[in-house]
Write a protein that binds this ligand. Sequence first.
Ligand code: URA
Length: 210
Amino acid sequence: MKAHPAKSAGDDLNTLRTEAADCRDCHLWKDATQTVFGEGPAHAPIMLVGEQPGDKEDLAGKPFVGPAGQMLDRALKEAGIDRDRVYITNAVKHFKFVPRGKIRLHQKPNTPEIKACRQWYERELATIKPSLVVAMGATAAQSVLGKITPVNKNRGHLIELDENTQALVTVHPSYLLRLPDEDAKEQEYDRFVEDLKIAAKLLRKLARAA
Ligand code: URA
């Protein structure tokens, strides 16, 4: 396995993206189309972290462009956050799936895969230096907080990561898509938007302070 430095002072996003394109630190690259790196302004005040690219993202090479991305876009808009102002990435940067006929069925990444990929999140974080990291779902929460973190117990309030960075844990937009009951879906969507409004409030505060 090739070791990548955990952090380097000279990292910029293009260098990171180029290096990550050749990452072989776990086996997931073998079946995936490509590394799906993060996207957004180099010094975004907010970084959103998802689980891993899905089928559409794997093909497009961009995070959150499929159905979960559409759900996220809708919720961000409703919370008053401009997607173009945030950096969006995933805890794991290759699509993990099992083939089922013509379909590629999403598989949850395991702890060794999350750990192998964490270097990229760490280096994105060190480069972008956001004030807030929003971890969407259990995989993102595990990567962002460095340990298994139950979403429901930890969601909806700011958690200090270091003196300049806070984290906010919330659900993953795919969770909302999977809920079979329409009322539950609506309620959970509203809670997701409420969580994102915490991020929106912080964005406004930062803009006032700038
Ligand atoms: N789900 C994720 O966690 N990330 C994506 O980019 C798409 C779907």
